[in-house]
Write a protein that binds this ligand. Structure first.
Ligand code: F6R
Length: 264
């Protein structure tokens, strides 16, 4: 696991975008990006859009798969993740809408929709870089505490904590759905690279548990310790509870040239 501590959230976004762009260039036209919603990746999307707009990155032939979707929000609902991804990812990164996939939280047969989603990821050859945020309770995707570490895309019930955390996007807590479709931890772990971004003091405990805590389904993000290519990119506030912060800083300073990510 690589832990990158940046001075602020904007720098973390630029670092994450540079890392993603490096992989995209290696992969070429068949690049598959895994995308998250929520506040954490917004600066990464902005930095990626800057690379696209300045002609330094072109992923217009690539595909994207979202991590999750609420169950029951009607198509076109502004807080449905399909809409959020369209506005924050598809349009600014000039992806073709037909190449951007979000689980169908409005499907009649949700079980089948979940199976189909995993099958679609497999059929395309898997995700090259999965962008992640982390919930205050340690969830990645919507894999809430006690999710199986081997889980696949499926229906999950959101915890009261997650519904409260996400109520800021809705007019009231009552409007936040109770259920979602989410890629499983096993699905996420199959991405060839994962990049988790977090900023702010309120994420410090979650980051310490993901990076330095025991691997446990009580803190689902900790499963990333088993991933061979996981990069955790945080600002100073989110890094504030890391015991080995000085080591991570020292490691970044002394990275061999060939491992360096060139931040635009
Ligand atoms: C969203 C997702 C969630 C969020 C997490 C953090 O697609 O999968 O795991 O990444 O809830 O949300 P923010 O970034 O809003 O704090």
């Amino acid at each position: 696991m690589d832990v990158i501590i940046c001075k602020d959230a904007a720098e973390a976004g630029r670092y994450a975008a540079a890392k993603i762009a490096m992989v995209a260039k290696e992969v070429g036209n068949r690049f598959v990006l895994g995308v998250a919603t929520g506040s954490s990746p917004l600066r990464t999307y902005q930095a990626l859009a800057d690379l696209v707009d300045s002609g330094k990155l072109d992923i217009s032939e690539g595909s994207a798969f979202a991590l999750d979707e609420y169950v029951g929000l009607p198509k076109g609902h502004p807080e449905s993740y399909a809409e959020v991804i369209r506005k924050t990812v598809t349009e600014p990164l000039h992806l073709k809408p037909e190449n951007v996939h979000v689980p169908d939280g409005f499907a009649k047969d949700l079980k089948q929709a979940a199976l189909d989603y995993d099958a679609a990821i497999k059929a395309i050859g898997g995700v090259d870089v999965q962008i992640l945020g982390v919930g205050s309770n340690g969830h990645i995707g919507f894999n809430e505490p006690t999710s199986s570490l081997a889980s696949r895309t499926r229906i999950k019930t959101l915890t009261p904590q997650t519904r409260e955390d996400n109520a800021r996007f809705f007019d009231s807590l009552e409007q936040v759905p109770h259920h979602c479709l989410t890629q499983g931890l096993g699905t996420i772990m199959e991405a060839r690279n994962v990049v988790l971004v977090a900023d702010g003091e309120h994420k410090a405990e979650a980051i310490a548990a993901v990076v330095e805590g025991p691997i446990t389904s009580m803190f689902p993000g900790s499963v990333l310790q088993m991933h061979q290519h996981a990069t955790i990119i945080v600002d100073e506030a989110a890094a504030s509870k890391l015991k080995l912060a000085d080591y991570y800083r020292d490691m970044l300073e002394h990275l061999p040239e060939w491992q360096r990510v060139k931040v635009a």
